[in-house]
Design a protein around this ligand. Structure first.
Ligand code: PFF
Length: 445
């Protein structure tokens, strides 16, 4: 077993495993997406629903993914088919989805780089909205930053699981936490900070609708990187005897703390009513610019966003690379380059679809939004339901139990609860939310 682990690479220990998986979870989803959907849906009320989704749907599914990976010790496609023949497609569907996500996620990641540099050099002057539109709809500038980001990501992957991913996580994650704490403390010091915060976190149940549940679940899945093979592959790199449920609880806790802290930072800065990209890239720099040493805070904020994005993209890339290496027999270098080229191609089209190629649309959406909506509304729930069905109904009960008890080494009190949630609660609730989500989406077209 040890030889096998060494050959395919693996994390050195418990802390590395938690940091890498938390790195995958903590990303753009936490820092710009969570705050704005929270304010859209009535602040505190949304947070309560979101936390229930994390606890009753996200956490058991994360445990399920880690368990499948750790048990099979292989890439997502082989992992499912090794456990039950004929189920490799579920891994493949996850990898296709994560590849599509990379297509637009890398573009936003590239923007963070430009914004960090522009903030540090104080070169965003005047109209923040115009700066954003001009930059993102341009041809070469956003592409160049996106390519730099993709290449940085590539060289971490080439470094291997321990030499690349683990090392990078051990540097990036502590840095990310420090920046987050500094920004949070600073924003709470702001004159109106605490009051603004009180307003946002006070539950307003009148804003809760069916859509609130859809968005809360979608956010919970996205933020925990559920169903995409990323967490499965990281689970496959955990050492023998790792406490799967304990690791998942640590990852979920860190991810939730970061999301809530990001909301604290953004709301106490007085940004409430902006949505989407505008929040992180227009409203925040504007707010910072009015503060003493504003460009320092803005630079820190975009560094935070960039670090969070990078620790997520390496998990996406690794999931697909592991497939080419293990299933297609490529060297790690060749596999990584292939994934990098696919990412470069998709990101190029996604970036241009905001500007030069914005005329090409499907269902009224450009390529960028198409990638985002298709993965979030269609793929994420389907993968969530099928993963729950696979682990809850198809996988042998004893094997799942062995994973949760670390081969019988610990007493896993959580096991019956996790199994119940995976067999009944997840498939039923996620299906309901999925169907209503689709109806809502087509009604709004
Ligand atoms: N969890 C990441 C975020 O919240 O930004 C996004 C993500 C990472 C999705 C890895 C999918 C994935 F495989």
């Amino acid at each position: 077993m040890a030889a096998e682990t060494t050959k395919r690479g693996g994390f050195g220990g418990k802390l590395a495993a938690i940091l890498a998986a938390a790195g995958s979870a903590i990303g753009l989803g936490n820092i710009w997406r969570f705050p704005y959907i929270t304010s859209e849906h009535g602040g505190g009320a949304f947070i309560i629903i979101y936390l229930c989704c994390i606890l009753f749907l996200g956490l058991p599914l994360l445990i399920a993914e880690f368990s499948v990976g750790h048990n099979s010790k292989c890439n997502p496609v082989d992992a499912f088919s090794k456990i039950k023949r004929g189920w490799g497609w579920l891994g493949a569907a996850g990898l296709i989805s994560v590849t599509l996500i990379m297509g637009y996620y890398f573009v936003i990641s590239g923007w963070t780089l430009n914004y960090a540099i522009a903030s540090a050099t104080n070169s965003i002057d005047g109209d923040y909205g115009a700066f954003f539109t001009e930059f993102t709809t341009g041809t070469w500038a956003p592409l160049i930053f996106t390519y730099i980001f993709i290449l940085a990501n590539h060289f971490i992957i080439i470094g291997g699981v321990q030499g690349g991913i683990e090392k990078a996580s051990k540097v990036m994650m502590p840095l990310l936490f420090v920046i987050l704490i500094v920004l949070a403390v600073y924003s709470l010091w702001l004159p109106d900070g605490r009051e603004a915060l009180g307003n946002v976190f006070t539950p307003d149940f009148s804003k809760v609708s069916g859509k609130t549940f859809l968005d809360a679940m979608g956010q919970a899945f996205f933020t925990l990187s559920i169903g995409m093979g990323a967490m499965l592959v990281y689970g496959s790199y955990f050492k023998k005897g790792t406490k799967i449920a304990g690791t998942a609880i640590s990852v979920v806790s860190l991810d939730t703390i970061v999301a809530l802290t990001a909301a604290v930072i953004i709301f106490s800065a007085g940004v409430e009513n902006e949505s989407g990209m505008q929040l992180a890239f227009v409203a925040m720099p504007k707010v910072f610019s009015a503060m003493p040493a504003g460009n320092v805070w803005a630079t820190l904020f975009f560094l935070l966003l960039g670090l969070a994005a990078l620790s997520s993209t390496i998990s996406m890339h690794e999931a697909v690379t592991s497939y080419f290496v293990e299933k297609r027999g490529m060297s790690r270098k060749a596999g990584a380059w292939l994934v990098t080229f696919i990412a470069l191609a998709l990101a190029t089209v996604a970036s241009l679809s905001l500007g030069a190629w914005s005329g090409f649309t499907v269902l009224d959406m450009n390529f960028f939004s198409l990638l985002d909506n298709f993965t979030a509304i269609v793929m994420l729930p389907i993968l969530g339901i099928m993963t729950a069905v696979f682990v809850g109904w198809i996988w042998r009960k004893e094997d799942m139990k062995a994973e949760l008890t670390a081969e019988g080494g610990i007493d896993a009190k959580t096991y019956p609860v996790v199994r119940f949630l995976l067999r009944y609660v997840c498939p039923v609730l996620v299906s309901i939310v999925f169907i209503f989500g689709l109806i809502d989406f087509f009604n709004n077209l």
